[in-house]
Structure formats: C-alpha cells, structure tokens
Design a protein around this ligand. Structure first.
Ligand code: SF4
Ligand code: SF4
Length: 421
C-alpha cells in the first residue's frame, strides 16, 4: 500500500524526517535487496541497524504489515552475508549471544560477580579513581545505574514451587529470564510472591533458559530456535495453565514462538500452545488474580505519590498489554497516575541499541525525559529491565528533580502491598 500511516509512529523517522529511517523506507530497501537492485551490503546493514525494533509501526498499519517479521528476516539475511562486523560490536555480539545468555550457570556467575564488585568496595574505588573514564562514555554511564545484585536467582531463593496463598485460582509457570534472574533477582522473587498472593501456584522450571529475543532480533535465528525449543519443553513438562513473563522484551518473543518455529512442523502444536498461553505479569494480576491487599495511604492522605508509566514497546505493541499496568497503578490507594506525553514511544533502550547506536538512543532518551519531567512524577514505572535501566540513566542525566526514581512495576506493587504490613 505504501500509505505512510506508519511514519508518524516511528521514532527514528520522527527524529530525522528521512524516508530511509522510516518503516516504509526500510521495507522499500528490503524489497530492493530481494529484487536484486541492491545487495545486503554495509549501507543496507547500517540502515537496518538504525531500526529500534520497537514495532510501533505495526499497530499503526491499516494493512497489518508484519514489520517485526520482515526486519528479523532482513537481519538474518545480513548475518548470512556479513563477513565482518565492526571491531567491538563483533566482540559484544559474540560474548552476549553465544557465550553468556544461553547459559544459566554463566548468567548466575555474572550476578555473583556483579554482587562481589558492588559489595567488596571495588565499585567505590573504581568510581573514586575515575577509572570509568577508560570505558566508552555510554558504557561508563551504564555502570552508574547498575542494579544492586543479590547473586542468587529466584529458584535459589524460593525453590521451584511456591504454593498459592488462600484459595487457589490456577497454576502458572514463571519465566525467570536470563538477565532478569542475574541482575534483577529481587524483582523475580517479588513477581512470584505477587502471583502467590493473587492465588496462583507458581512453578519455576529449572530447565528453562534465555528467551532468545536478542538472538532473533539480531539475525541469530538458529540459536533463537534452539532456546525456544528448550523453553517449550520445560514449561510443557511443568504442566502449567499459563507462562508468566515480567519483562516485555522477553514476553514479546515468547508469544511469537509459533512464528519462530513455523517451518518446523513437529514443533507447531507445542509452539502454538506456548505462544497462546504466555501472559505478562500485569495482565494476569489485573484480569485473573484475586485483588491484592494494597496499603491504604497513611493518615488518609490522598494522591500522595505521583507516578507515570513508560510503556515497554514490546509489551504494548506486540503483547497488546499496555492497559493492565495502568489499571493496576490507577487502582492503587494513595497513588496518582499521570500520563506522560508519548508514553508509548520508545525510550531508546531497545535491547542493546543504546550500546550499539548511542547517538540516536541518547536523542530519544533526552526527549523522553522532557516528557517525564513534564509530569512532575515521583516515580517512572516500567515493565521491562532494559526500559528500567534506560529510565535510570535518563534520570541521572536529565531529571529536573533528582529525587525522581525509576522502578519496575512488580517492585512498585510489591512495596505498596508490603507497606500494609
Ligand atoms: S507498512 Fe503499513 S502503514 Fe506503513 S506504508 Fe506500508 S501499508 Fe502503510
Ligand atoms: S520498529 Fe520502531 S524504529 Fe523500526 S521501523 Fe518500526 S517504528 Fe520505526
């Protein structure tokens, strides 16, 4: 159709005004390579790398063009034809995709290493001696917003089964994620506790692993498929009614395992089951769980805490789960939810985009923080670890009130619930 309805939804087009930086332009470039007018060469690769993969173009498209599937195929083709990546990008890709994320034990070691770094005094020494200046600026800034690691994943803390509190509503399996469990283990623990409180028996299958999202979005499809199969097997064997994710970026690939494995007939049925039974934590809590016992504001003080919600692009655009977090936050006693302008627009985190494409990521972050500052919120609440870190970075750099905090919705809900006690 080439109607262009997707253009105003695209953050990179809005920033640059260039057709080549728009979904329609990128699709035209993809078609030109398929037709042999151009090859999947370096300029094509660069143009595809500028895409955030936020998929804001999909809900805007009247023809239901599956842009997410197109960009994955394009990146797959680039990987097949690319003989060399630029220096450190190649190193990061290899380390992350092959050496780290697919291995739960190595991710656990990463969490332990981070804990040691933070608690041994090394972090303080590094910061005092300005050693961070040796790193590229983007990485040095990321160090400042590292979450406090516990070095202990959710299974080590709670075991593989946690029973429902009170009358049971159902049995769910928790998708713990690789990065979430290494760096945000407390959020995982609280996710299970919220589910249990809401009436769900929770299984946390140990055989699960990384969701494969970063692999699928970066042209490493074969590895993404392998990871998907391991996850499907693990949750099928656990006999759960639903698979719960607390990270929009992971959830979006989990609900598309059927597409990922569409050319493997022996996996079709199981992949379709897995995809259709995956839900975000906010969605299940709001739609199916027993109401959680949240704290009343102290002394009857109304609307004491002001929050704004930054959408996870993948939760909103792929899982269609943008409403439930807002419903949960809006229903909290003593909390005022203030909508920020363009809350659904990407913050620039986008997997490892903020590391590989720092210039555009920083432009988007600065704009996002202008909108967040406009709400005068005490908290920016998010539903994805990447968005959470990016919001922390935004607060560090651009917040008009340094008391502003970025927080995962699970941590925020859990704290409001715990506050009652
Ligand atoms: S992708 Fe959809 S919205 Fe964008 S130009 Fe094509 S048909 Fe129009
Ligand atoms: S995925 Fe996001 S950045 Fe990429 S073309 Fe679509 S809207 Fe633009």
């Amino acid at each position: 159709m080439r109607c262009g309805f997707c253009l105003p939804a695209c953050p990179t087009f809005r920033e640059t005004g260039l057709e080549a930086e728009s979904p329609r332009g990128r699709i035209a470039l993809m078609k030109a390579t398929v037709d042999g007018i151009m090859g999947p060469d370096v300029p094509f690769e660069e143009q595809m790398s500028h895409c955030l993969g936020c998929r804001a173009c999909e809900p805007a498209c009247p023809a239901d063009v599956k842009y997410g599937q197109l960009i994955e195929q394009a990146r797959d083709a680039i990987e097949e034809h690319t003989t060399q990546h630029r220096g450190w990008v190649k190193g990061v890709r290899k380390l992350v995709f092959q050496g780290l994320f697919p291995h739960p034990k190595r991710m656990e070691l990463l969490g332990k290493g981070l804990k040691l770094y933070q608690r041994s005094g090394l972090q303080t020494a590094v910061r005092k001696t300005n050693a961070l200046k040796l790193l590229p600026k983007q990485l040095a800034d990321m160090e400042k917003i590292l979450p406090e690691a516990t070095g202990k994943g959710v299974v080590k803390t709670l075991g593989t089964h946690v029973p429902a509190k009170g009358q049971k509503v159902g049995t769910v399996g928790m998708f713990r994620g690789c990065l979430m469990d290494a760096m945000f283990a407390e959020t995982n623990r609280k996710t299970v506790e919220l589910l249990s409180e809401a009436g769900f028996d929770v299984a946390i299958p140990e055989a699960q692993n990384c969701c494969g999202a970063l692999h699928a979005h970066s042209g490493e499809t074969a590895q993404a498929k392998e990871l998907a199969k391991r996850n499907i097997r693990a949750f099928r064997e656990a006999g759960v009614d639903a698979i719960i994710s607390n990270a929009g970026g992971c959830g979006a690939i989990l609900v598309e395992y059927d597409h990922l494995l569409h050319d493997e007939p022996q996996w079709r049925e199981d992949a379709a089951w897995f995809a259709s039974h995956t839900k975000d934590i906010s969605t299940i809590l709001w739609n199916e769980g027993r109401p959680l016992p949240f704290a009343e504001p102290v002394g009857g003080e109304a609307a004491a805490v002001r929050v704004t919600y930054q959408d996870s692009c993948h939760l909103k655009n792929v899982m269609k789960g943008g409403a439930s977090p807002r419903s949960l936050l809006g229903a909290l006693p003593g909390v005022e939810l203030v909508e920020m302008k363009d809350a659904g627009s990407c913050c620039g985190s986008a997997g490892i985009y903020n590391i590989t494409q720092p210039e555009m990521a920083n432009r988007l972050l600065e704009k996002k923080m202008k909108d967040a500052n406009g709400t005068a919120a005490h908290y920016i609440v998010t539903s994805n670890p990447g968005c959470l870190l990016q919001m922390k970075l935004g607060i560090e750099r651009h917040a008009s009130d340094k008391r502003m905090e970025a927080v995962h919705i699970v941590d925020f809900l859990h704290e409001r619930m715990a506050a009652r006690g």
